[in-house]
Each structure stands twice: as C-alpha cells, then as structure tokens.
Design a protein around this ligand. Structure first.
Ligand code: DX5
Ligand code: ZN
Length: 219
C-alpha cells in the first residue's frame, strides 16, 4: 500500500479556506487531516461543526478527523453526518474506548485512537485488533508548528511490533512536526500516514511541498 500524506487544515489560511482545500484536491495528498480542539482536552480551540461542514462541501478526498476533545462519544454521529471517513479519538479522553470504537464503526466510519507523547503504546494491547489506525502524537496536541519529539521513532517500532504480533492491520499515523527531514525515516520505522500542517501550508509552493513529501515516502 502506498504511504499517505495528510495535510492538516489547521495550518491553512481560514480566510482562503476554499482555495486551500482546492489546492489539496489537486495535489498528490490522499487525505485531509482535520483537527478539532475543544479548549478543555487541549489548551486551544480550533473550529467546530459549521467549518467542517464547509470543508466537506469542497473536499474531494478522504477526511481524517482528529478529535482533541473530552467525551468524544457524545459527538460520533455528528461527525459521521459531517462526512468524516476516519474518526480518531484520544486514548486519554476515552473512558470506554471499546464502546466508542464500536460506535464510530456503527456509523460507517473507520476508527482511530490517538496517543499523547507520554502515553505508552502497550496500553493498546487489548484494543489494537479493533482499531483501524493509531495516531502517534509527535508533539503535544493543541498547536501546529511545534518541534518533532524524537522518542516517536521508538514508539513506532513498538507499535509496529504489537500490530504484527496481534496479526492486526492497523495503520500508523504520525502527527506533529513532520517535514522533509524526518518523513522518510518515519516511514522506514513503520509509519503509514504522515500528517503535515505548517510544513505544507507555510511553504512557498504547497502543492510542490506535498509532492516532495509524497516522493520521499513512496520511493
Ligand atoms: C496538533 C495537531 C496537528 C497539527 C500538526 O495538535 O493534531 O495535526 O496540525 O501541525 P504541524 O505539522 O504544523 O506540526
Ligand atoms: Zn492532528
């Protein structure tokens, strides 16, 4: 399977959102990554349902929604109705993770679980077979433009081992501080999906930057 670049809309120009969405539509990226922050689970508020609705009306690719909110199970249906294809909840925000994952799947979405940088991979031992994707946070969630945390490589290796050991087909996504210096190394360690926000949208030629990343991870 080819490796996936998922530009994070958090770094887009919200005053030119349609333009930036069309840019991703025409690019080599396969997914849109959408960050929803509630100001409680993380110390920042991004955007909510009306904005996702607007994105969904223009986006022509797979929509990967990353919920950084408390009590995510209250909103699974709402995000399905808004066009999410993958819904990722945080391990740290989910009291009944198994139930939440089943709920997400029952609405026809793929189910993802995100781990904060300090949360160990082994906590997923009893749930990994039910999860379509694990998102390893490579920065502390809440903001774009932060520095990549190097310990992520070791977590990818451990997660890959767990997936193989359990005979699961779970994808590994890396979120935070991804750029052209670490992309190939992340893939070599076992990552399948790379989220890139600032590196794409703050670059001079975002379409070319996506293409460059795509070539680095699919060589
Ligand atoms: C951080 C978000 C990320 C963020 C990545 O909490 O989950 O998706 O947009 O942005 P960069 O690529 O700038 O680190
Ligand atoms: Zn994210």
């Amino acid at each position: 399977m080819s490796k996936i670049i998922a530009p994070s809309i958090l770094a887009a120009d919200f005053a030119n959102l349609q333009r930036d969405i069309e840019m991703v539509n025409k690019s080599e990226a396969e997914w849109f990554h959408i960050d929803i922050m509630d100001g409680v689970f993380v110390p920042n508020i991004s955007f909510g349902m009306p904005v996702l609705d607007a994105i969904n009306r223009h986006a022509k690719k797979f929509i990967d929604v990353h919920l950084m909110i408390v009590e995510p199970d209250r909103y699974t249906k709402a995000f399905a109705d808004l066009g999410a294809n993958m819904l990722t909840v945080h391990y740290e925000a989910s009291t009944h993770l198994h139930r939440t994952i089943q709920q997400i799947k029952s609405y026809g979405m793929k189910a993802g679980v995100a781990l904060n940088p300090h949360t160990p991979v082994h906590l997923l031992q009893s749930i990994i077979q039910d999860v379509d994707m694990v998102c390893l946070m490579s920065v502390n969630p809440g903001f774009g433009g932060q520095h990549f945390i190097e310990n992520t490589y070791a977590k990818i290796t451990e997660l890959k081992e767990l997936i193989l050991q359990k005979n699961a087909s779970t994808l590994i996504e890396i979120d935070g501080g991804v750029n052209n210096k670490n992309a190939a190394k992340l893939i070599a360690h076992g990552a399948d999906v790379l989220v890139a926000g600032s590196f794409v949208f703050k670059s001079e030629h975002p379409t070319q930057t996506i293409s460059e990343l795509n070539q680095l991870v699919n060589q």
